[in-house]
Design a protein around this ligand. Sequence first.
Ligand SMILES: Nc1ncnc2c1ncn2[C@@H]1O[C@H](COP(=O)(O)OP(=O)(O)OP(=O)(O)O)[C@@H](O)[C@H]1O
Length: 237
Amino acid sequence: MTSLMSVKLSDLVVKRRGSTILGPIDLELGSEGFTVVLGPNGAGKTTLLKVLHGVERVTRGSVDWSIPAEAAREAQSYVFQNPIMLRRTVAQNLAYPLKVHGVDKATVEILIREWAERIGLADAMDRPAPRLSGGEKQKLALGRALIRKPKVLFLDEPCANLDGRATRDIEDLLLQASKDGTKIIMTTHDLGQCRRLASDVVFLLNGKVHEVGVAESFMASPRTPEARSFLNGDILV
Ligand SMILES: Nc1ncnc2c1ncn2[C@@H]1O[C@H](COP(=O)(O)OP(=O)(O)OP(=O)(O)O)[C@@H](O)[C@H]1O
């Protein structure tokens, strides 16, 4: 089971308009744990997440999941920084991924109640999702992503623009999902959040993987001067 959803990037390059925005990258990520992708603006974090999820055109190299590509994609969810809500109720948003996958009505009812509770929106089931607050929308997006128990969950800055309370709620949901066996791969600018959540870190700089390591050691004693500067909050050019 443990190697079910590991992934290997080999000589991976993404070019746009003649310039390389990612790579070349060789990277292996295991099927367990909480991977945080760190790096300054423009380092290529979002592009890396999209490449892993199979929704970014790759110029060269390969992305190999330990199961066939289509099955791998089916077992993944992706939460965008500004999630798009269906112009429907909270309940309908939660039900959507289940209905698309042909889950029977009775099970849908049970699961959407359970998840509305878990994301703190049990009293808002009939509210139009587009009218929720930013924090509520992000929790709904997370619930919608987790309701099918993905093996891998990608998150792009899930707490950008959220206050402390909403951030804590999201982090609690993520830690629980991780405990329940979902592999998480997330970008963040928040070093405190990285410290609280990450089991391992991928540090990107100028489109390349600059350093990879166990979170605790990376945060305490990064090997390279660039990673040290980044953790100190210096501006990297
Ligand atoms: N379709 C595209 N065409 C041209 N350049 C692109 C395209 N997509 C991304 N880029 C560039 O590639 C680089 C990496 O972008 P990416 O969004 O992956 O970085 P990031 O680390 O997620 O940045 P941020 O922290 O600002 O979100 C940036 O310089 C960006 O402007």
